[in-house]
Design a protein around this ligand. Structure first.
Ligand code: SAM
Length: 333
């Protein structure tokens, strides 16, 4: 069994504390709950990287930072009753269960709900109730809630959820016109029929599918857009809008543009432009940046063996082959 407690502590320090999560109870709960118990088999070693990971039913276990941010935004505390919509792996519910009195969590996929229920049992987390269903309708018989967290992005904050908040209660939900691109909102119930709203910036969640969310087809971004809207921009216009000017390859600013991929596990450097001098120079500059500034440790290449073998001998501290032709004398040099 992997001992991941060191990695868990490091995640809390590097990915949460240093990025502005300060709520001590949230940090302690995330130090306590073994995220490796909530990822799909085979993904345990990646449990403490700050990224979402795939789980069954094409869903994801959310990025630790986002889990911590949403829980901090919800301002939960001991004695609270909290509703979560989108149980997924069960990880966020487990973290909240270490802080509050009771967690109610709803998942639309019965298989995910069942797996989460089993995990809670195995870990002895007995203050979590799991239900299969459409969470956009809330959990009326357990309402009102001190906080409601929605782990999937909807077109708006479902009315049923707003109504199931206690006065002073907080609803944290990703909301946006695009099923895969949202703003993270905190809606606070300030009175019987009054609410205030704060925007915590752009996020990207799987779609909230249900009566007060997206229809089932909300999974397909392109088809969700009215066709008229998609035709209003030509292909060259779309390329122009997405294109970014690049500085010269030797300019340090060139590598910096790729810092956005610095937290990825795997970066694939494309080969559509394979063979051009620009492709090789750009690839070298990007690779160098990812190694030097972001600690990448493996470079996998599909390369000609006679030349690659020379590198292979070098990195493995083996002597050069006697009488071999000097490497890299042929294309591509
Ligand atoms: N909180 C989860 C965790 O810690 O693993 C991550 C949840 S995942 C990002 C979002 C989940 O919301 C998915 O499992 C998806 O099936 C679920 N979901 C989407 N729409 C839903 C709805 N209307 N009711 C309940 N669950 C829903």
């Amino acid at each position: 069994m992997l001992d991941l407690s060191h990695a868990r502590n490091r995640m809390v320090e590097v990915h949460l504390s240093r990025r502005g999560i300060h709520d001590r109870e949230v940090l302690e709960a995330m130090r306590e709950v073994p995220r490796e118990a909530f990822v799909a088999p085979g993904f345990e070693e990646f449990a403490y990287e700050d990224g979402p990971l795939p789980i069954a039913e094409g869903q994801t276990i959310s990025q630790p930072y986002i889990v911590a941010l949403m829980i901090e935004m919800a301002e939960i505390g001991p004695g609270d009753h909290v509703l979560e919509v989108g149980t997924g792996s069960g990880y966020a519910a487990a973290v909240m269960s270490r802080i509050v009195e009771r967690v109610y969590t709803i998942e639309r996929h019965a298989g995910l709900a069942e797996t989460a229920r089993r995990r809670f049992q195995e870990l002895g987390y007995d203050n979590i109730e799991v239900r299969t269903g459409d969470g956009t309708k809330g959990w009326p018989d357990a309402a009102p809630f001190d906080a409601i967290l929605v782990a999937a992005g909807g077109p708006g904050a479902p009315l049923a959820l707003q109504e199931q908040l206690d006065v002073g209660g907080r609803l944290v939900i990703p909301v946006g016109d695009d099923p895969h691109d949202q703003r993270l909102l905190k809606v606070t119930r300030t009175g019987a029929a009054t609410y205030s709203e704060e925007d915590f910036g752009g996020v990207r969640f799987v779609p909230l599918i249900g009566e007060q969310g997206w229809p089932e087809s909300g999974n397909r971004i392109a088809n969700d857009r009215p066709s008229g809207r998609a035709r209003t921009r030509s292909l060259p216009e779309m390329i122009a809008a997405a294109a970014e000017p690049l500085p010269d390859f030797d300019d340090p600013a060139f590598g910096k543009l790729f810092d956005r991929f610095g937290d990825r596990r795997v970066v694939l450097l494309g080969e559509a432009s394979h063979g051009t001098s620009e492709f090789y120079r750009a690839r070298a500059a990007i690779t160098r940046r990812l190694i030097e500034k972001h600690g990448f440790t493996i470079v996998a290449v599909e390369a000609d063996w006679p030349d690659a073998a020379a590198i292979d001998r070098y990195v493995r501290h083996r002597p050069p082959r006697a009488n071999a032709d000097p490497p890299f004398q042929r294309f591509p040099t």
